[in-house]
Design a binder for this molecule. Sequence first.
Ligand SMILES: C[S@@+](CC[C@H](N)C(=O)[O-])C[C@H]1O[C@@H](n2cnc3c(N)ncnc32)[C@H](O)[C@@H]1O
Length: 195
Amino acid sequence: MRRFIVIGHKASTAADFKLDDLAGGAGRLDVLLRCVNSAFFLSHDLRKDVEVILILQGPPSPTRTIRLVGSELRYLNPDERSTGALIRNALMKDTRSEERSTPGIYVSSRSFQDVLGLMEQETELVYLKEDGQDIRLAEIPENVTFVLSDHMDLTPDEESLLLQYQPKVLKLGPVSYHADHCVTIVNNELDRRFI
Ligand SMILES: C[S@@+](CC[C@H](N)C(=O)[O-])C[C@H]1O[C@@H](n2cnc3c(N)ncnc32)[C@H](O)[C@@H]1O
């Protein structure tokens, strides 16, 4: 399975944002929604072997985490607005432990640290970073979890927490890409290796 963990540093943790203002009042939720799109959508299909975990760290609450499971997803469409509505519905649930909101979409109050702690042993962890080792020279198993950031870099605290899990640190190319483009590049790289 491929898993993408994306940190949304400013992304709204409440359901009170407007779908017309995903890039503003929702704290750049648009970036995370494009990552969801890139992770799951093929031309005429949806990737079943992918999971996306969005870690929302903006105001007003402590972290809320949304997990999208490709094999269970229904009602996901390739436009940011409708996915934004699914995330907003999930955020209406006031729960600390993980609960299903709609098919394939789960919400919890797990922190980045909680999420990393829950990664099963058999998944390889990869930190996507501009100055890492070239992905084309790296061995990557099919069961792999990529961690990337939104429109900002990981904070020093987030990075040192992640490095405790001894991830591979990989770069995708010689320049800095948008987060959703990184997800597309990774999917392409793994498709070439495993399909
Ligand atoms: C838009 S970038 C973050 C901000 C960017 N570092 C800057 O200078 O403004 C979003 C995230 O995508 C990932 N990323 C972007 N370009 C990458 C590359 N060439 N290789 C690996 N990861 C990359 C990193 O996780 C990065 O934090």
